[in-house]
Design a protein around this ligand. Sequence first.
Ligand SMILES: Cc1cc2nc3c(=O)[nH]c(=O)nc-3n(C[C@H](O)[C@H](O)[C@H](O)COP(=O)(O)OP(=O)(O)OC[C@H]3O[C@@H](n4cnc5c(N)ncnc54)[C@H](O)[C@@H]3O)c2cc1C
Length: 323
Amino acid sequence: MDADVLVVGTGLAGAAAARALAEAGWRVRALDKGRGPGGRLSTRRKQAGGFDHGAATLQANTPAFAGWLAEEIVAGRAAPWGEGYVGVPGMNGLVAGLLDGLDVHWSVAVATLHREAGSWRALDAEGRVVGAAPALVLAVPAPQAWALLRASALADDVVPPRTLDALAGIRYAPCWAVLLESEPSAECGPPDSGAGDGVDAIYREADKPGRPNAGHWVLHATNAWSEANLEADAGTVALRLRDAFIARTGIGPEAIRDVSAHRWRYSRPLGILDPVPLESAGLVLAGDAFGPPPLTDVPPAERAWLSGRAAAGRLIAARQPKS
Ligand SMILES: Cc1cc2nc3c(=O)[nH]c(=O)nc-3n(C[C@H](O)[C@H](O)[C@H](O)COP(=O)(O)OP(=O)(O)OC[C@H]3O[C@@H](n4cnc5c(N)ncnc54)[C@H](O)[C@@H]3O)c2cc1C
């Protein structure tokens, strides 16, 4: 279990940090409560193909992120689509590529963190040590970072109360996503606008590069509808948004094979925190809610990637001997 750094959370931010640290020669141990790579760039696999039920597409506003995506296109893990980019063969291919060859442990939910004698230890809910290292990248959505740090009861000189307060102030927009499987032959023109039915966007997976025509569709509900129906059960949400899909596309219920819904409590942050200067305790926070002012103008996924790279850079700089 010897590692120089623990990375908790391997969405785009944690994966970017893990890759940059590994490239700098650090031994990385990464932990994620999910069953596979992606985080909010998840792709749910079914036999016939996948559903990108998190972010459907990425935009690049900085040369650094555009440059990385260009490399990923050459590597076959990304493709241009419309005015943006998608991962190939699913959005999660981008995260999988960053984590390729690294020591990543799935289905490991970190419940508490401890700092003792210059080392971090991560424990699961049963109190088992699931990782230990002198440095820690915490790359989970801000409300989850807040909950984890609060449950960990760390000393004030490790995580000052004002940092916890700042994290507590970051809110996220929720999003209900519906995964709908139709007969692959079901066709429709551009979906009607259907204002007021709660649907923000409809994506047909087969329209994206590198996907088979499996009749897979993803619907994203609007922020307002998602907020209003946040605690509804997934089955009810799936049926209501399926009805909106039928009305908008003209694809009838007889052509729909399956429908399910996924609730994203934290889809996109509504505020941004400056990077928190915690490196003295070997801790950096990363994710789409973190970034100095220049990063506020970039879309959240890009900010997550940039923040992961920046977090790695800050740990590497903190380890250099001072001249
Ligand atoms: C429906 C939807 C649509 C979106 N559309 C866009 C878009 O068009 N453009 C755009 O730029 N962005 C979009 N986003 C946002 C984008 O997906 C995110 O900004 C980005 O993926 C965040 O990456 P991250 O690494 O910061 O967080 P995440 O991807 O959330 O990664 C955090 C990881 O931490 C893990 N984790 C959490 N707690 C623990 C714990 N206690 N122990 C272990 N692991 C833990 C989680 O399993 C997860 O894998 C969208 C998001 C959603 C949900």
